[in-house]
Design a protein around this ligand. Structure first.
Ligand code: PXL
Length: 277
């Protein structure tokens, strides 16, 4: 058995739905061997309305993990929550110094429901250190607007314009996750490969149990790339995988409902419609 090796450089979500916990579950479901380099530990306080604590690990602890992981010969990697400019710079430089080409940058700026950027300065650092390494980047609407400097896109045309700007910053392929936020009757993502734009659509699911969807999507793209899929096929399968996870999202407690990371292989997935636009 020679499994492909996948790495997530991301935060730990102590509640298990997002962050590296989501990534490792998705890596496993895609039959790859998952590894993690932890950047920060996110905690949620049940005595204070599940408010988030963000505990960044010392930079030398991150560097030591990156050294471990890269020494094994990584086939594909993703980044997730990188909480400070120093963490972003260290991660970007380590990726650039490695020979890993299948690099998925999920430019996590906020957790759902919180709309302050994690830290001022992180957007510029992502542009400087992360995007130039990205084979694929997977911003949500808010993150796309921040990276593109356009403000949050509200239409498909605005998403296309933002994708072009993000591509110009060095990312080879851009997926903007509109999800169910756009005023359409489908959950719509836009995929731009630098030449063509494609809309990826699934039926909208009315649920708030979608915690971890973004991480699960980017991790699925990463594992698919490790397994040799083309970027487009990797993205389309990841959309199926996460749509199934959202369809079968469940209530962890009164505060949060994660996606069911194992839904697609066990319960099937909705069809993804792909349309060039
Ligand atoms: O979903 C974004 C996200 C990423 N990474 C970590 C998180 C969250 C949101 O809760 O906790 C570690």
């Amino acid at each position: 058995m020679a499994l492909k090796k996948t790495l997530t450089i991301a935060g730990s979500d102590a509640s298990g739905g997002a962050g590296l916990e989501a990534d490792l579950k998705a890596f496993e479901e895609h039959d790859t061997y998952g590894m993690a380099a932890v950047t920060v530990i996110a905690t949620m306080d049940p005595d204070n309305n599940w408010s988030h604590g963000v505990h960044t690990l010392p930079i030398d602890v991150l560097q030591a993990q990156l050294k471990t992981a890269f020494s094994t010969g990584i086939d594909a990697l993703k980044t997730g929550m990188l909480s400070t400019e120093e963490v972003i710079q260290t991660t970007g430089e380590a990726i650039a110094a490695s020979d890993v080409e299948k690099v998925v940058i999920d430019p996590v700026m906020v957790c759902k429901g919180e709309d302050e950027v994690l830290n001022p300065g992180t957007v510029d650092a992502m542009i400087q250190y992360l995007l130039p390494n990205a084979l694929v980047t997977t911003p949500n609407l808010f993150e796309a607007g921040q990276l593109a400097g356009t403000g949050t896109p509200k239409t498909i045309e605005e998403m296309k314009a933002a994708a072009e700007k993000i591509k110009a910053l060095g990312a080879k392929n851009v997926v903007i996750k509109g999800g169910r936020a756009l005023a359409t009757d489908k959950a719509v993502d836009l995929f731009y490969d630098g030449e063509h734009f494609y809309l990826l659509e699934t039926p909208k699911v009315e649920t708030t149990y979608n915690h971890g969807a973004g991480c699960t999507f980017a991790a699925s793209v990463t594992a698919n790339l490790a397994n040799g899929l083309s970027v487009k096929d990797a993205v389309v399968e990841a959309k199926e995988f996460v749509a199934a996870g959202i369809q079968h999202g469940w209530k962890l407690n009164q505060y949060v409902g994660p996606v069911y990371h194992g839904a697609k292989p066990r319960l099937g997935a909705p069809e993804v419609t792909v349309t060039e636009v």
